[in-house]
Write a protein that binds this ligand. Structure first.
Ligand code: F6R
Length: 242
């Protein structure tokens, strides 16, 4: 794992977008997986700009959504699907054949997980995973206590996730379970970027980087990935040892 600290959030977003653009230049049909939420938002905006500026081919990559809130309809503002539509599928013009997301309304969620695992295997694995970090150290919905070996699974959300998650929705939501890729997928991805910005993330970033590797603090899994990059702005990196 390596740590990269950027002066501003914009510098961070540009660098993350450049990583994605460079991958598309090398491998136009790359498979990328991304979290929704605030952390990768700026990078997506910058990617659309960079792709135009640098003539990057964005017509062939395949997109996998990291997770979804169980029971939340895809068209509801606040769902991960809605977020991806707004910042990736719309701006980069992806039709439905170019992405796969969990269907969080599926009657058989285990089947949904198996389909996701099978699809990732059939695609030859994930080239680049871009994730955020939650206030309890989660990545995706791998909550504290999640084994590092899991593939796609359904997870009961802890209280911090259920309450922080309200920020994405226009009305109060009952958020009880998440469906998510597991750390088996993260560790098998060829490269992983964990993005964090702002002072509120400083303590969890410090713990992910400098704390022990333990499933009780999920983001510490990043320390096990040789091509894992923790990319933060100065505010989120303020507690890190120089
Ligand atoms: C969302 C997801 C979550 C978020 C995390 C940070 O799809 O996977 O793990 O990445 O909760 O959220 P933000 O980026 O909104 O601070």
């Amino acid at each position: 794992m390596k740590v990269r600290i950027f002066e501003t959030a914009l510098d961070l977003d540009r660098a993350a977008a450049q990583e994605i653009a460079d991958l598309f230049k090398q491998k136009p049909d790359a498979v990328i997986c991304m979290a929704s939420g605030n952390s990768p938002r700026g990078a997506c905006e910058q990617l659309a700009i960079l792709a135009l500026e640098q003539g990057v081919n964005t017509d062939q990559f395949f997109f996998i959504g990291l997770d979804e809130w169980v029971g939340v309809p895809s068209e509801l503002r606040g769902s991960c699907h809605y977020d991806f539509q707004e910042r990736i599928f719309g701006p980069l013009n992806l039709d439905a054949s170019r992405y796969h997301l969990f269907n969080a309304l599926a009657a058989d969620l285990q089947q949904e997980c198996q389909s996701m695992d099978a699809l990732i295997a059939a695609k030859g694995g994930i080239d680049l995973m871009i994730v955020g970090i939650g206030m309890n150290g989660h990545i995706g919905f791998n909550e504290p206590g999640s084994s590092f070996e899991l593939k796609a699974h359904v997870r009961e959300l802890d209280e911090i996730t259920a309450s922080v998650g309200q920020k994405y929705f226009d009305q109060p939501m009952e958020l009880k379970y998440g469906i998510t890729l597991g750390f088996g997928h993260l560790l098998n991805s060829r490269k992983v970027l964990l993005l964090a910005n702002g002072n509120a993330k400083a303590a969890v970033v410090q713990q992910a980087v400098e704390g022990p590797v333990t499933d009780s603090f999920p983001a510490s899994v990043m320390q096990l990935h040789e091509q894992g990059f923790i990319m933060v702005d100065a505010a989120a990196g303020v507690l890190l040892k120089p």
